[in-house]
Design a protein around this ligand. Structure first.
Ligand code: SAH
Ligand code: SF4
Length: 419
């Protein structure tokens, strides 16, 4: 279980103010995010405080469709109610956001500072309408500040685990991008949980966030337009299977053989690749939804013919699709992306085994749109000696893995089964 306390999405303890039906918050912590409450919770808050139910609907409309930046600006509500909402809840849990634009305006990377100073990021990727395809706007969001899994090619893994995000902190990244798009008459068409963090280790809040994104009264995005990516938290995958189709599940593989995957995705030491694929297979057959497997291409590490054949063997007869992702550069690793011709050859091997495969193009490399990079920049450069030691260790570990030797290290801490 994650050890860091997280802000509750429920209202803090309330005390009645003499002469008013409206409550007063105890002024201890940052108020919880209003967007993290579901419609029933919001309604009961109003009913408990002597207000009509329809107020909940007005607030949800203002949160998800309006332009208000605080409860004070919601003019459909009476003044004392605006004031009480402002006192008890945060209208927006993102204290500050810096947006960097690249790819000729097609990629926007937003770095968000949360109330306690934690930094997370979201990336908006615009795909203009072309060749009969409608315009698409995909937002990549974070589910945790940092990540405990510690994949060495990932900038978030480099940061380590800071804390889980609350439901409101997850959906407020979406509200922020939706507002930016609405200014130009656009809207979000897809959301992927592929930013910072391991969503299946913060599953309760991720599920509540998906509910909000799905709900017609809130964002109203269909389940088919939402993808959640996991590095292979088997109990979380099994729990999702029990819930039925909620979204597309993506599984980050990066290696088909345990010795190498132990190094690239340290969670593999707890849930080995065959168990991950078995859980994903059950998910696909029970929900009827194809699994999307992610495979980051790292030059000379996981991109050989042998790797392609092992992957083809692992996914034989699976209801699956493979995305090959050229590795985005990350400062503290000794590795780089495989060259384009090697990626093509790898894809060809998979296609020959009748596995559907797509080669993804890098987005926003110059603004660090790989997982976690802007936040890593802000965290400051680690001392040169520790970078050198880390690189040496990775070279040593990957060389041993390529010889087929499995590491005896334990799975990383803070990667319990999640909630
Ligand atoms: N923790 C989840 C979701 C966030 S990471 C997971 O690992 O699936 C989202 C995707 O970005 C993963 O497939 C991850 O492997 C990939 N990724 C991370 N760092 C990368 C890099 N430097 N280059 C390319 N892809 C990267
Ligand atoms: Fe965490 Fe995913 Fe990055 Fe691995 S790739 S460290 S699981 S965010």
């Amino acid at each position: 279980m994650p050890t860091t306390p997280v802000p509750s999405t429920r209202a803090p303890a309330l005390t009645e103010r003499p002469g008013s039906a409206l409550p007063v918050a105890t002024p201890s912590t940052t108020p919880p995010g209003l967007s993290g409450l579901d419609p029933a919770e919001l309604e009961s808050w109003f009913v408990e405080h002597g207000q009509p139910r329809y107020r909940a609907r007005q607030v949800a409309d203002a949160l998800w469709r309006g332009t208000a930046t605080s409860a004070e600006e919601v003019r459909t509500l009476p003044a004392d109610l605006r004031e009480a909402l402002g006192r008890h809840f945060s209208w927006d849990t993102l204290a500050d956001t810096e947006v960097r634009v690249t790819d000729g305006g097609e990629t926007e990377k937003a770095l968000h500072r949360l109330a306690d100073g934690a930094l997370v990021e979201s990336v908006l990727m615009r795909y203009p309408a072309r060749e009969g395809r409608r315009e698409r706007n995909t937002l990549c969001i974070s589910s945790q500040a940092g990540c405990a899994v510690g994949c060495p090619f990932c900038a978030t893994g480099e940061l380590g685990f800071e804390r889980d995000l609350s439901t409101a902190e997850i959906v407020d990244q979406v509200r922020h991008a939706a507002r930016r798009l609405a200014h130009e008459g656009g809207h979000l068409t897809n959301i992927v949980f592929m930013g910072m963090g391991e969503p299946l280790l913060n599953l309760d809040r991720v599920l509540a966030a998906v509910d909000a994104l799905n709900d017609r009264r809130r964002l109203g995005l269909g389940a088919r337009h939402i993808t959640v990516s996991t590095s292979g938290v088997v109990p979380g995958i099994r729990r999702l299977t029990g819930l039925g189709p909620q979204f597309t599940l993506a599984v980050s593989l990066h290696a088909a053989r345990d010795a190498l995957r132990d190094v690239l995705v340290p969670l593999n030491r707890r849930w080995p690749v065959a168990e991950v694929v078995a859980a994903a297979r059950d998910h696909a057959s029970s929900t009827g939804r194809r699994i999307s497997y992610e495979y980051t291409m790292i030059g000379g590490i996981n991109d050989t013919d042998e790797d392609a054949l092992a992957l083809a063997e692992l996914l034989r007869d699976e209801h699956a699709h493979v995305n090959l992702i050229p590795m985005n550069p990350v400062a503290h690793t000794p590795w780089q992306s495989s060259p384009a011709d090697v990626i093509e050859r790898f894809a060809g091997r998979l296609r020959a085994a009748r596995i559907p495969v797509t080669i993804r193009r890098n987005r926003g490399v110059e603004v660090g749109a790989a997982c976690g990079q802007l936040a890593a920049e802000r965290a400051g450069e680690p001392p040169v000696a520790s970078v050198a030691r880390r690189r040496e260790r990775l070279v040593r570990e990957s060389a041993a893995a390529l010889r087929g030797e499995r590491s005896t290290d334990e799975a990383p801490a803070n990667t319990g089964e999640g909630s």
